[in-house]
Design a protein around this ligand. Structure first.
Ligand code: ADP
Ligand code: MG
Length: 126
């Protein structure tokens, strides 16, 4: 079983999520990366999560964070493109991105990628 993803895209997503987590914890904090398998309906998904205990995201911003050029950062600090790019990459692999955030407490991003059943090797049964 392999996640249906390519390495470069995967790394871009993880780096973007990590930089955002670092930006959200300017005075230091805790950033946790975890991986797992999520059993969801008939399919299994590879789950990569990045969690921080930083600023959190205000609820009125939550449905805009994936929009290109949406940023709450200052000029020269944020382009607002990171999450839009992550979203596109994850979507192009048939996956999706989830966010859970509590203002003042922190944020969790979950990248879910479909698991692909590997074609079994044909055995020579001679
Ligand atoms: N881990 C996080 N904690 C708090 N806010 C976040 C986090 N990740 C993203 N955001 C919010 O989402 C916005 C968009 O993120 P992104 O697309 O990466 O652009 P940028 O980082 O350039 O602002 C950020 O400006 C910030 O308001
Ligand atoms: Mg960013």
């Amino acid at each position: 079983m392999n996640p249906a993803t390519n390495n470069a895209g995967d790394q871009i997503v993880q780096i973007n999520l990590l930089i955002n987590a670092m930006d959200a914890t300017p005075e230091g904090g805790k950033i946790v990366i975890s991986t797992g398998i999520r059993d969801k309906g008939p399919d299994n998904w590879v789950e990569i999560s990045v969690r921080d205990n930083g600023t959190g995201i205000q609820s009125e911003h939550l449905d805009r964070i994936f929009d290109p050029y949406f940023t709450t950062k200052g000029v020269g600090e944020g382009t607002g493109l990171g999450l839009a790019i992550c979203y596109k990459i994850v979507q192009s692999h048939g996956g999706f991105l989830e966010v859970v955030s509590k203002p003042g407490q922190g944020t969790e991003f979950h990248v879910l990628l479909p698991m692909r059943q590997e074609t079994p090797a044909i055995l020579d049964t001679e």
